[in-house]
Design a protein around this ligand. Structure first.
Ligand SMILES: CCCCC/C=C\C/C=C\C/C=C\CCCCC(=O)SCCNC(=O)CCNC(=O)[C@H](O)C(C)(C)COP(=O)(O)OP(=O)(O)OC[C@H]1O[C@@H](n2cnc3c(N)ncnc32)[C@H](O)[C@@H]1OP(=O)(O)O
Ligand code: FAD
Length: 629
């Protein structure tokens, strides 16, 4: 099938999903039981999977229909097949060898095999090398023995594992010839394909309610000496031969590849959630009027309060800036993955560093922004029907899963300090870290000049990285490595975030400079960029004075500049959010519909409360009688 670019995908497939016979009629799920919600979301997830199959979608198309914009409509409480689609299938495609791919993929695509990615255990998520599920090879039977040594090593969290999947890619410690060989992936059948009952030796179930996404169907899994054929270790990278001899992978972290992909996907996708939240808050801020009437006799629209502009408008600018850099990362990931498949892993370390950093920066920024946008809607933003709580629950999960953000930022920092100290292979042409080996950009700071802001963001990144690299180097002379590292953790995280910010603004500077189709569009992008930059400085004033070359007077000027820019952006707020092209059914918010008919919708949703069915609900009398009041 011919590959389409992302916006064409949206036009073509968005309407296919919205008008699909099994998807177009939605139900409110707020009052459903846990089981009913699961059934509703699973049947819709299955319809989506069929659609993906029927359309023969490629990865870009899948990324669009699995994106939060669409999946918030198809599976509002979490997609029980998300991990199957986003992690299980890509792991097979990239880590199974050709024979294995041809053995399994037919059944995956016809829906006979439904999988999950089972890595995290009760006692270990972050420290992957510490996982304790074992896979011990026995050359006599040519099988692996999969075993959970105790309950703390139970797999815990995998999405879809609870009650949906019948297979799992299990990440386990491989032992051959009595030697530990590190963490490797194994394809394991966990439930019978016909009856769906757990197979012998397998204990499996669902872990229970969470802050949000309750139908992701996260599960637990224990193995009691389960025998798995040799051919079920995924062998594109490392191999175990029949006699038990072991062949190492070409890159020591080849088996971590799925995590890199998913981090990139999460970074891209969390911006979708921010776009929805920004659209809701923008529309509500126009409709909502409150306060002393003005000269025209009307109470002011809340967006005309300067404080409200600060709560809403920078996050609209962030949608544009973060969308551009995450889309670029997605393209870069595609390129590097094809190089790695061809055997060239030179670009992998930097891709890993960038994916870690962007996943962390974007999920942190977006969850903070969505919470600010929720607060900007006052009391009504606290209601489930505003959709804002669920958007927050979605974005903040992204700060933890697929690598807890602090831990990921430390991965990036590790790469950066090595680059700053010259102990890593020099960066390739076009690398995002060449600035560390060049003199600082001394473009003088000038309020109103995006180029001067970008240079200052670069000086902050450079200053943060070189300072912590030097501190680490000094500490290493006087204490063990682990202590020296721990002594600098807070500064390392700050350095990685500063690097991420620089990456993001450079990417957007390029987007603005390359935009040539319309002068008006370019001016609007420049305005959005200016807002993003001025806001970035206002959030980290200390850093810009300490490392960025700004004076206290620049800081004062920037504060005023930001407020002026917000006033300039305010008339464009609605067109800028309309441009996200989100139909009401995808936004699904009482506060964020296109027509602004907020109060009618709020009453309409209240009418669905089961407590309003009878004037006096039976439960009231029952409870009063029981408490003998
Ligand atoms: C189809 C698209 C659809 C789009 C839909 C949209 C989005 C999807 C939305 C939602 C998705 C749905 C659900 C999400 C489910 C989430 C699932 C999970 O959470 S799965 C579990 C994820 N777990 C983790 O991420 C664990 C985090 N920990 C680690 O990754 C590692 O433990 C570690 C922190 C990286 C440390 O590893 P280790 O101890 O082995 O390594 P170090 O000693 O620190 O480093 C050694 C060396 O290796 C390099 N390195 C580490 N990782 C990688 C890597 N992945 N790739 C390349 N290189 C790596 C590291 O840089 C070091 O290098 P060097 O310094 O040169 O020695
Ligand atoms: C909704 C959801 C879905 C998930 N889906 C899956 C799935 O499908 N498959 C799967 O395998 N897993 C899944 N997970 C698990 C997830 O990947 C882990 O929870 C995540 O990687 C964080 O690991 P942890 O829970 O061990 O956190 P911890 O590492 O215990 O984090 C706790 C604190 O310790 C700190 N910390 C830990 N190590 C360090 C360090 N070295 N340096 C500094 N600070 C440190 C962290 O910063 C954090 O503040 C899911 C989790 C969630 C919430």
């Amino acid at each position: 099938m011919v590959s389409r670019n992302r916006s064409q995908v949206k036009d073509h497939l968005g309407s296919k999903v919205l008008n699909h016979p099994e998807l177009r009629n939605t139900k409110a799920t707020e009052y459903m039981s846990h089981e009913e919600k699961y059934r509703y979301n699973l049947s819709r997830a299955t319809a989506m999977l069929k659609l993906i199959d029927e359309e023969g979608m490629d990865v870009n198309e899948i990324s669009k229909v699995m994106s939060h914009t669409v999946s918030g409509f198809t599976t509002p409480d979490g997609n029980p097949l998300a991990v199957h689609q986003v992690m299980f299938v890509p792991t097979l495609m990239n880590q199974a060898d050709d024979d294995q791919v041809s053995r399994w993929l037919g059944d995956v695509f016809n829906g006979t095999i439904v999988g999950t990615y089972a890595q995290t255990e009760l006692s270990h998520g972050t420290f992957v090398r510490g996982l304790r599920t074992t896979a011990t090879y026995d050359p006599a039977s040519r099988t692996f023995d999969l075993h959970t040594p105790d309950v703390s090593a139970a797999k815990w969290w995998p999405g879809g594992l609870g009650t949906t999947a019948n297979h799992a890619v299990v990440m386990a410690q491989l032992y051959t010839d009595g030697q530990p060989r590190g963490i490797h992936p194994f394809m394991v059948a966990i439930r019978d394909r016909e009856t769906h009952r757990p197979l012998p030796g397998i204990t499996v179930g669902e872990i229970g309610p969470k802050l949000g996404q309750n139908t992701l169907n996260n599960g637990y899994l224990l193995f009691d000496h389960v025998k798995v054929p040799r051919e079920n270790m995924l062998m594109r990278n490392a191999r175990v031969n029949e006699d038990g001899s072991y062949t190492k992978p070409s890159h020591q972290k080849a088996s971590y590849g799925t995590m890199v992909f998913t981090r990139v996907a999460i970074a891209l996708d969390t911006v979708d959630a921010l776009q929805i939240a920004a659209t809701i808050a923008a529309r509500y801020s126009i409709v909502r009027r409150q306060g002393e009437p003005r000269d025209d006799g009307q109470e002011p629209q809340i967006i005309d309060y300067q404080t409200q502009q600060l709560k809403v408008l920078p996050h609209i600018a962030a949608c544009y800036v973060l969308r551009a850099s995450t889309a670029r990362l997605w393209e870069h990931h595609t390129h590097v993955t094809s190089e790695v498949r061809g055997g060239d892993t030179a670009l992998l370390p930097e891709l890993h560093a960038t994916a870690c950093c962007l996943k962390a920066l974007v999920t942190q920024d977006c969850s903070e922004a969505i919470e600010a946008l929720r607060l900007s809607c006052g009391g009504h933003g606290y209601m489930t029907a505003s959709r804002l709580p669920a958007l927050y629950a979605y974005a903040t999960a992204g700060a933890t899963y697929e690598g807890e953000n602090t831990v990921l930022l430390l991965q990036t920092a590790r790469y950066l300090v090595k680059q700053a100290g010259g102990s890593h292979a020099p960066p390739a042409a076009g690398s995002a870290v060449t600035y560390l080996s060049r003199p600082a950009d001394d473009t003088p700071f000038a309020v109103g000049s995006p180029a001067a802001y970008v240079a200052a963001v670069g000086r902050v990144a450079r200053g943060r990285v070189t300072e912590v690299a030097a501190a680490l180097q000094a500490d290493r002379q006087t204490m063990p490595e682990a202590d020296a590292w721990n002594q600098s953790l807070v500064q390392l995280v700050a350095a990685a975030l500063a690097h991420g910010r620089y990456f993001v603004v450079r990417e957007f500077a390029e987007v603005v400079s390359q935009q040539s189709s319309s002068r008006a569009i370019q001016q609007m992008l420049q305005l959005l960029f200016s807002v993003y930059l001025a806001h970035a400085v206002s959030r980290a004033e200390g850093d810009f004075i300490t490392y960025g070359g700004l004076t206290p007077s620049d800081i004062r000027l920037n504060r005023r500049h930001l407020l002026r820019l917000l006033a300039e952006l305010r008339p464009h707020m609605i067109p800028l959010t309309d441009a996200f092209d989100l139909p009401d059914r995808l936004i699904n918010s009482t506060l964020g519909a296109w027509d602004g008919d907020v109060y009618r919708r709020m009453f309409e949703q209240a009418s669905h409360s089961p407590l309003n069915t009878d004037e006096v609900p039976a439960s009231f009398h029952q409870a009063m009688l029981r408490s003998k009041l």
